[in-house]
Design a protein around this ligand. Sequence first.
Ligand SMILES: Cc1cc2nc3c(=O)[nH]c(=O)nc-3n(C[C@H](O)[C@H](O)[C@H](O)COP(=O)(O)O)c2cc1C
Length: 218
Amino acid sequence: MKILKSLLIAAGVMTLASCNQQRIDTSDEPADPSFYVLNNIMTRVSVRQFTDEPIARYELEEILKAGLQAPSAMNAQDWQVRIVTNQEMLNTLSGFMLNTEMGKGMVARLNGKNAFANAPAVAFIAAETGEKATAYNREDTALLSENILLAAHALGLGATYQAAPARMINDSAEAKEYLKTVFGFPENAELINIIIMGHPAEKPAIKDRDQSKGRIID
Ligand SMILES: Cc1cc2nc3c(=O)[nH]c(=O)nc-3n(C[C@H](O)[C@H](O)[C@H](O)COP(=O)(O)O)c2cc1C
């Protein structure tokens, strides 16, 4: 049984490696679906350096769909997401962000790149507030974000959840206005985080987790 499982996993790894660049065919059941999901979760890392290669349109669409498929309290879907690939827009927004107190302190670390590490695509994730939103709107955006991270990783892309850039945007009246007027965020959308993504130009090691933080109680 163990040998069979190892063979399945090896076959899965080979299939995953060869499938990265292809359109996803969700009509086919993989031989061992649990392998794909668990392997994807256990091998995801934050990637912060990217090549210039753009992300294929169909991949962005899959990533967006995966995000919007996240669970939300009472299925309220009290979120707003924009995935932006337009570098001119990202540079303009970055200019506003790097003019904030927090942004000014970051410039030296960016090595001439914009506030998004020149990522080919950036997801802006906001929680809807107000009457239609639940008290769990931030939790909902967190689940949506994790789906995006895992979808990007499944496609062989790198991504990082980032809260600091969202703070810079929220600290800048011009940046907040830009999100409304150019990205079309509604008035009741509160930006929570961004996710930078692209083809990886680095291969960070998977970080250990403190297993003592979780227990099974029989
Ligand atoms: C709420 C939250 C905020 C984060 N903010 C940032 C950030 O502003 N900048 C950044 O580079 N990474 C940020 N990260 C990414 C974490 O640093 C990263 O997930 C953590 O170090 C674990 O590494 P891993 O994702 O490679 O497993 C954030 C992650 C979370 C969950």
